[in-house]
Design a protein around this ligand. Structure first.
Ligand code: PLP
Ligand SMILES: N[C@@H](CCOP(=O)(O)O)C(=O)O
Length: 430
């Protein structure tokens, strides 16, 4: 499969080049040249397929032959070593739990998949690769965990100081070895802008091989399309008209869901559920796309003011506003409403959600008001104990800590504080 740059000013790239470069030389995101719908039998026969078989069928056109089928199957088997259960709250709303991986956030799948692809491409290469990642909370921990000890790969994580939860910070600052955390005096958008600038800085790129493990990298982004097919497998015998409410920040996850729909997955509609970082909600109302500085919220991993992947969604819909509006709705919710939703979910369904999932739940409720016959699945994108302060404060109940979280609680934070792009550059060239 070839990938083209969405800025259309760079040569097409192979999957390997797209993974190793991360971002195209013209600063555009890579996008697959074609998307071929799967054989309808994959969906008709889904009850008889395992998750790994589904994942292989869904992703192989984007990855093979550069990664041979047999290796791709191994990568998928190793990546998907945990569960993706759907929990039905009532006949209209379910949640898809994406937090059963090692760092208890949905990023684990993409990070583990990409680490293995890069490991495969790097096996005969003696040049080291530096993976740069900007995180608003969860990507950093998942990438740190997924890439820990991978030969020939150094990971540098940029995170906004004071704007991630305590547990998220532990997950991304305590592993050591080939992982370094840079604590940035700024917002997630500042971190993401520094990473993108680094890719264009020839002083850097002539000295080192840089790539990204954010969802701008196709190997991090594409495997996220599995989730939507896994949810369909669990619900299709019971419900028609399945819609997904995706708590959205950088819009990689919802965009992966839309890719699954392009592959033929019967999804009726997507809901981009936002906190107060509402660039896309506003765009769908006004057709004016106005990136703005991110604001800090209790669903911190979605505090993104200029979402990278929205351009991929526009590309899927041929940059046609009306088609986009027909397929995607977007709502934005305050922290107050999010807390009320956390409590409502707990009181009504005895289910403990996290603040991001609660935003997704609110998106379902808003959509169902106008579309009462749909079945809405909101994605539980992280485990509630990653946001212990908020969750315990709202539901007034102590939460037991899962072993993945216990394991990092007492570890010592190690980070390097930086403020400007030059600080980042200095660190990388050191
Ligand atoms: C817990 C959680 N929910 C939602 C999101 C938003 O996902 P995306 O950036 O793919 O829109 C993130 C971060 O990406 C996250 O960590
Ligand atoms: N919410 C993310 C922000 C980065 O998103 P990505 O999917 O592009 O890596 C985070 O938790 O870091």
């Amino acid at each position: 499969m070839k990938y083209y740059s969405l800025n259309h000013k760079a040569p097409n790239a192979s999957f390997k080049d797209a993974v190793i470069k991360g971002l195209a030389p013209d600063k555009g995101l890579y996008f697959p040249e074609s998307i071929t719908p799967l054989d309808p039998e994959v969906f008709n026969n889904i009850d008889n397929l395992s998750y790994t078989e589904i994942a292989f069928e869904a992703i192989k056109q984007f990855i093979t032959p550069e990664i041979p089928e047999v290796v791709l199957k191994e990568i998928i088997n190793e990546t998907l070593s945990f569960d993706f259960p759907v929990v039905e709250l009532n006949k209209s709303i379910s949640t898809l739990e994406l937090f059963h991986g090692p760092t208890m956030a949905f990023k684990d799948v993409g990070a583990r998949f990409m680490a293995r692809c890069l490991g495969y491409f790097n096996q005969d290469n003696d040049k080291e690769v530096t993976v740069l990642v900007a995180t608003s909370g969860d990507t950093g921990g998942a990438v740190a965990n997924g890439f820990l000890g991978v030969k020939g790969v150094n990971v540098v994580i940029l995170y906004p100081s004071g704007k991630v939860s305590d547990i998220q910070e532990k997950q991304l600052t305590t592993l050591g070895q080939n992982i370094t955390a840079l604590e940035v005096n700024g917002t997630f958008d500042d971190c993401q802008a520094m990473v993108k600038t680094a890719f264009l800085d020839t002083n850097l790129t002539s000295n080192m091989q840089l790539t990204s493990a954010n969802s701008i990298n196709v190997a991090r982004w594409l495997p996220q399309l599995f989730y939507f097919i896994f949810a369909y497998k669990q619900l299709h015998n019971k419900y028609n008209d399945i819609v997904f409410s995706v708590p959205s920040g950088n819009f990689g996850n919802i965009c992966a869901g839309i890719m699954a729909q392009q592959l033929g997955l019967p999804v009726k509609h997507f809901i981009a559920s936002n906190n107060q970082n509402d660039v896309v909600t506003e765009y769908l109302k006004s057709q004016l796309y106005n990136p703005k500085p991110s604001v800090q919220t209790i669903s911190n991993a979605m505090d993104v003011g200029d979402p990278s992947n929205f351009i991929r969604i526009q590309e899927i819909y041929n940059n046609d506003f009306e088609t986009l509006k027909d397929n995607v709705s977007s709502f934005s919710f305050s922290d107050e409403a999010t807390k009320e939703a956390l409590l409502e979910i707990y009181d009504t369904y005895n289910y403990v959600a996290d603040p991001h999932g609660a935003v997704g739940y609110l998106g379902c409720k808003a959509y169902l008001k106008e579309n009462p016959n749909a079945h809405c699945v909101f994605l539980e994108t992280a485990h509630p104990t990653k946001f212990l302060d908020v969750v315990e404060d709202v539901i007034k109940e102590k939460q037991p800590l899962p072993e993945q979280i216990e394991a990092v609680m007492d570890k010592e934070k190690k980070s390097v504080v930086i403020s400007t792009y030059n600080d980042l550059k200095g660190y990388l060239l050191k």
